[in-house]
Design a protein. Sequence first.
Length: 397
Amino acid sequence: MISRISHACLLAAGLAVGSFFAAPAAAVASPAPAPSGADSLLYAAPYLQDMQPGSIDVLFQTRRHAVTWVEYGPDTTRLQRARTLVDGQQAVHDVAHRIHLSGLTPGQRYVYRVCAVELLENHAYHKTFGDTARTPFRSFRLPAPDEESFTAVIVNDLHMSAKVMDAFAAQLDTMRYDFVIFNGDCLPEPSTRADAMRMIAACADMARSDEHPTWFVRGNHEIRNAYSSGMHTLLGNPGGRTYGAFSWGDTRFVMLDCGEDKPDSTWVYYGLNDFTALRREQVDFLQAERRSRPFRRAGRRVLVHHIPLWLNTDKYQPCMELWQPVVSRMAFDVDLCAHVHSFGYLEAGSKGNPFPVVRGGGPSMKGATMLVLVRRGKRLTLHVRDTEGATVRTIEL
């Protein structure tokens, strides 16, 4: 039997059983031939990213060049269209698509679907169009500005382990949650664009990112391999950067990019890295964020980054030196980190940390963790779950 994550990878590779738009068929041991026509035009399900007040981005890829748009509205009888224009032209030059939905009402649920028409010929004075593909309608909701209730899921260091991802996918299928954060090393070492698309499709399928806004925090393994610098074409990060912040209601989330876990001068980087400058750039970001109105007015604050500050076992720890003086003054309620492949917890004040620190586990079935952050009113609770769905620790924040 093919696992759910393996099935998602087969879908993305064009090896799905039956139509992409039909309900998932029973998995089989050997894949059927790739679908043809409109059913093969869309690479995989769309995924929601870069949620901001009143807006969200819908990302997806096509197998061939296509004219694409998104139909969305409060229900299927009141739809409007959104498309991507580049200096007055509709973007049809690439198979990677990002469509911005704006003017959304916080707290309102919306339905949407992706539409695509294959562009068979695209000449200066002649164009030929093919079949039209439409996904099923999906839905999403943006939080209200003063919302004090959510359930967030944070996973890390999956390293594309199908067993772990299937175990977490099974849990998410039975849970009610609002959004997902992949906290690094979940899209490891992308060798080509196709490889990156395959991994994103598998993670998005696990998280059901077509209906749950999703953020990908970059870990050190996302930085490595031939296509690592091209990942921004497939991901919708806040402000187009690999670090940033967003608010879910009145809870502020701040995400940082720690860069590599070795000095820029390490021979294996061949002089192509300058994460020292990126880390210094984030000092300015943190100082500006600390002064910003969304951060100052937030009822709760969460720091998210891949390589730990206070629970790091590496010899090379530049982030601690640069960032600790700033983040220590930012009144976070919790610091969520990863990287070491073992769960760890520090109570506030244990090692000079002014707030609790929680480090997610690794990619093995015995060591992987799913962090479920739940806010209900003023109460903020972190549940640490293993691959079997058992809660191994509950932390009141």
